[in-house]
Every structure is written in structure tokens, then in C-alpha cells.
Design a protein around this ligand. Structure first.
Ligand code: GLN
Length: 529
């Protein structure tokens, strides 16, 4: 491993060059991920003629699994693979998965007697492709975020802004993808949209492999000996992990088709992670480390509420845009419903620098709110976003809702996201003990996994009967979406206030990490470990 003098040697705009490699890799990975996700619900209800309920639940199970497996990916990287190998392996699985998505088979048809005939073989290819993507993200997502943290030393003030830049990469990918893939998919055919996503991932993988020298050995396995040791299969531990991951893909292939199994898995994974955290806190951690780990766990638990509301974007908000929003514009003609999703990403790109600047400004005046307050503001804002839609619904009378309200909702959701998501990533790398950063990053995404599933159950509250995915009665569609949005508005307000009340306690448990006022001794001690 390189010594600390050579680390961070090359910088660009004040940050290590490695950050930009990670930025580009994650940009392409998210391009493929969000491009495909934006098309998914429409592909299911319009092409394979799934009901709203079945479509939402499949999106929910897929998204839940995609964010649950990173716990395992994070753990394996901490203990065996190191972050770089894990990301590369995940990238390969992702390229294969997205390529598989480009095969669409025959369109489903509805017979005169109402029975729907689907191309079952094509659906199996589709489920298998989903499972490759799930495993791929499992190895990549948490670990690439952990590498960002590795580029900065403890107490380095650039860490938060490094994460904000990284977060812009995520959203640049997402903005481009939701526009390009939605348009290609709905205009030229699904396989073009999905294919474009796959091509993006290939570019991401190439970038990462090419740029690995800029991590200066910081993302390598901690114990090469352990990695080469023979496992129970008679192969090295490294190869064993890859073999098991491929077998895991077959298991996930079956799981993604069964929502109740996903539900049980989420509960088990959540419980097991909590038990592990408590065990680690009491048997391996110092008092300070323990408090910090628990503070992080509280933040992660509240993030579940945020994402459950926020992730309506890919189900109920997406269908609402399709069915109850006036999407005619003088400039672009009729805007594709999925394209509205890009608003979130576009707002991030515009607002992330503003927020980064704001935190620094407030910090200088000693007014930078602690992470718990930022999280509570995030939850309040996502609630207010739904409030805007309810208001928009009320002023629209019997007609479709004007676009501006959805724009406003995404604006508020995005401000909320910026208070919570990049802040959360950064705090995971700051608050968790060094040995379990990868695992805790996985737990951060596991919280999203739970929320994705809860989000799809919430979205189902607003499911309506459609014909071939089209809503026939506007009044019914509008009323059911607006009811749901009102409930979500109150949910955001209530949980936001609860966290605000808890925030002074959480701050105390962070022992100064919050303000980065860690004393030099502590840094030296931690670096020796
Ligand atoms: N939009 C962010 C990303 O894709 C956050 C995802 C999440 O944690 N739910 O990385």
C-alpha cells in the first residue's frame, strides 16, 4: 500500500483525481440503473400488460433487492475482496444484466375473453437480467461510495464536498438516462431504451478499470493472504466468492418473482444487521465508537421514512404523471411521463453546489445544522412536496393537474434529498468504525431497500383498474393519487418533527464528528489501527 505522502498526490480542482474516476464510473452506472428503472413500470404495464399492483410490486421487489444485496457486497469487500475488486466484478455483472434487458420477446395480448397471453420465456430472460443487475449493484454501489471516503483522511474538511461532487455524478447519469432512455424506449421500442442503458454501463466499467491507478492502493484488499487461501470448495476465497455470487444470481432470479419472499428477506436482513451492529458496538468498539455507531444507526432508521416517500417517483408519481397530469407543452409537445423523473436529477445538478456552499457558509458562522437536523429538514421537505401536489390537485378543478405542481414537488423533494442523501453517505464513512465501513454503507442502502418495498405498498393504495395501462376515468385516477399524496404529506411532517426533537441527543452521540472538530491525537490513534 502506498504511504500517506503519495496518497492524494494528484489533485484536480482541489480534490483527488480518483474522485473524478469514481464520479464518471458512478455516472455511467446510474445512467444504466435509472434509464432502465424509468422504463420499467411502463414496460410492465404497457408491454407485458401487468396490472398496476403487480407492476408496482415487481418494481418494489426489484428495487428492494437491488439495495439489499449491497450489505453482503459491502461485508465481502471489507473482509476479503477490497473495494476495487468488488466494484469491477459488480460492473461486469451489470453489463451482462443490461444487455439481457434489451431482449423483449413478444408483446402480451389480451384475448376477447379477457385472458392475457404473455411471452413467458421472454419474461424469464427479463427476470434473470434483473437478477444480474441486482447482484451487480450489490457488489458495486456501496463499495464505490466507500472508495470516495477512502480518498480523504480522517478530519479532512473536503470530504463532505467530495461526496457532493460524487452525488452530482450520480445525478448527471440519472438526468441523461431518464431523458434518453425514456424517449428511446417509448418512441423506438423498449430494447433501444434498455440497450442504451447497457452501453452506458460498459463505458462506466471501462472508465473504472482504466482509472484504478488513481486510488493509490487505497481500495485494495486488506489481507491478500486471506483472499488467496483455499476455501471449502478447494478454490481460493476470491474465486469462491465469484462462484457463489453466480449461484446467488440464480437464487435472486427466483426471488424477484416472489414478493413475499423479498418481504421476509428484508425483515431478516434488517434484524440481522441490527444484531450485528449491537454486537460489534459492545464487543469490538470503544465507548466513543459505539456512540457514533448508534448515532449513525438512528440516522439510517429515519432515512427509511424519507426514501419510502421519495421513491414514489418510480411508481405512483410516474403513473400520476402519465394519467392525471397535463403534459402538453408549447415547446416540446407532449412530454413523456418518465421524463419528469429527470427533474430530480437536474435540480440536484443545479442545487448541489448551492447546498455545498450553504453548508460551508453556515459552518463559518458556526451555524451549520448537525446531521440529525439536516435529516429532519429532508423529511419535512419531502412531505411538503406531496403537499404541493395536493394543492395543485385542488386548484385544477375537474381537469388534469398542471405540470408546474409536479415540478414544484420534485424541487422540494430534491432539496430534501440534498439535506439527507449526500450528507448520509459522508456520515457513514465518518461515523462507522474503519473496519466495517463497507458493511455500514451496505446497511445505509439496506434502509433504502426497505423503503423501496414500503414505497410500493404505499403506491398500491392508489392503484386503479386500467385498460392496457391507460386510465379511463380521470376523476377516479386523480382522486386516488391525491388521497395517497395527502397521507404522505402528513407522514413527512410528523416524522420530520420527531427527528427534530431527537436531534440534540443524536448530536451528543457523535462526539464532535459532526463539526469535524476531531483532535489530532484521535486521528493519529485511529490511523495506527
Ligand atoms: N439517488 C441516489 C443514488 O442513486 C440515492 C439512492 C438511495 O440511497 N436511495 O445513489
Amino acid at each position: 500500500m502506498a504511504d500517506s505522502a503519495t496518497i492524494n498526490q494528484k489533485t484536480l480542482l482541489g480534490h483527488p483525481v480518483g474522485l473524478y474516476i469514481l464520479f464518471l464510473t458512478e455516472m455511467w452506472e446510474r445512467f444504466s440503473f435509472y434509464g432502465m428503472k424509468a422504463l420499467l413500470i411502463f414496460y410492465l404495464v404497457k408491454y407485458h400488460l401487468f396490472s398496476d399492483d403487480a407492476g408496482n410490486l415487481l418494481v418494489g421487489s426489484y428495487a428492494a433487492l437491488v439495495y439489499a444485496i449491497p450489505v453482503v457486497g459491502g461485508y465481502l469487500a471489507d473482509r476479503y475482496l477490497g473495494f476495487r475488486k468488488a466494484v469491477t466484478f459488480g460492473g461486469i455483472l451489470l453489463v451482462l444484466g443490461h444487455m439481457g434487458m434489451a431482449y423483449e420477446g413478444n408483446e402480451a395480448t389480451q384475448m376477447a375473453n379477457g385472458v392475457i397471453e404473455r411471452d413467458d420465456a421472454a419474461l424469464q430472460v427479463f427476470y434473470f437480467s434483473l437478477s444480474l443487475i441486482i447482484m451487480g449493484v450489490g457488489f458495486l454501489k456501496a463499495n464505490i461510495s466507500s472508495i470516495v471516503g477512502e480518498l480523504y483522511k480522517k478530519g479532512d474538511k473536503r470530504r463532505d464536498s467530495g461526496f457532493t461532487i460524487f452525488y452530482m455524478g450520480i445525478n448527471l447519469g440519472s438526468a441523461l438516462a431518464t431523458i434518453i432512455c425514456s424517449w428511446l424506449g417509448e418512441t423506438y421500442g423498449w430494447s433501444y431504451g434498455f440497450g442504451a442503458a447497457g452501453f452506458g454501463m460498459l463505458l462506466g466499467l471501462v472508465t473504472f478499470v482504466y482509472g484504478k491507478k488513481y486510488f493509490y492502493g487505497k481500495a485494495e484488499p486488506k489481507d491478500i493472504g486471506l483472499l488467496q487461501k483455499k476455501s471449502f470448495l478447494g478454490l481460493s476465497n476470491e474465486i469462491t466468492i465469484y462462484v457463489l455470487a453466480v449461484i446467488g444470481t440464480v437464487v435472486v432470479w427466483q426471488m424477484v418473482q416472489s414478493h413475499s419472499v423479498v418481504e421476509i428477506l428484508l425483515m431478516l436482513a434488517g434484524a440481522a444487521s441490527l444484531i450485528y451492529i449491537v454486537w460489534y458496538a459492545f464487543s469490538k468498539a470503544t465507548k466513543k465508537e459505539r456512540d457514533r455507531l448508534f448515532a449513525l444507526t438512528i440516522l439510517i432508521l429515519f432515512s427509511v421514512i424519507f426514501w419510502a416517500l421519495f421513491e414514489q417517483a418510480y411508481t405512483s408519481l410516474n403513473l400520476f404523471a402519465d394519467r392525471a397530469l397535463d403534459r402538453e407543452s408549447s415547446l416540446f409537445g407532449e412530454i413523456a411521463a418518465g421524463a419528469f423523473l429527470s427533474l430530480n436529477a437536474i435540480f440536484i445538478i443545479l442545487l448541489a453546489p448551492v447546498f455545498a456552499w450553504l453548508w460551508i457558509k453556515l459552518d463559518k458562522r458556526n451555524m451549520n445544522p448537525n446531521a440529525a437536523i439536516k435529516f429532519s429538514i429532508g423529511i419535512l421537505l419531502v412531505g411538503l412536496g406531496f403537499g404541493a401536489l395536493v394543492l395543485g390537485g385542488e386548484v385544477s378543478g375537474a381537469g388534469k393537474v398542471a405540470m408546474i405542481w409536479l415540478v414544484l414537488a420534485y424541487f422540494l423533494h430534491t432539496c430534501g434529498e440534498l439535506c439527507l442523501s449526500p450528507v448520509g453517505l459522508s456520515y457513514v464513512t465518518k461515523l462507522s468504525p474503519g473496519k466495517i465501513v463497507g458493511f455500514m454503507m451496505g446497511v445505509w442502502f439496506l434502509a433504502t431497500a426497505g423503503s423501496e418495498y414500503i414505497a410500493s405498498l404505499l403506491a398500491n393504495l392508489a392503484s386503479i383498474d386500467t385498460s392496457g395501462g391507460q386510465a379511463t376515468d380521470l376523476a377516479v385516477a386523480k382522486a386516488s393519487y391525491l388521497d395517497l399524496f395527502e397521507t404522505l404529506f402528513y407522514t413527512g411532517l410528523i416524522f420530520g418533527i420527531i427527528l427534530l426533537i431527537l436531534s440534540p441527543f443524536v448530536k451528543r452521540m457523535m462526539h464532535g464528528i459532526d463539526s469535524e472538530n476531531i483532535d489530532e491525537d484521535e486521528i493519529l490513534i485511529e490511523e495506527k489501527h
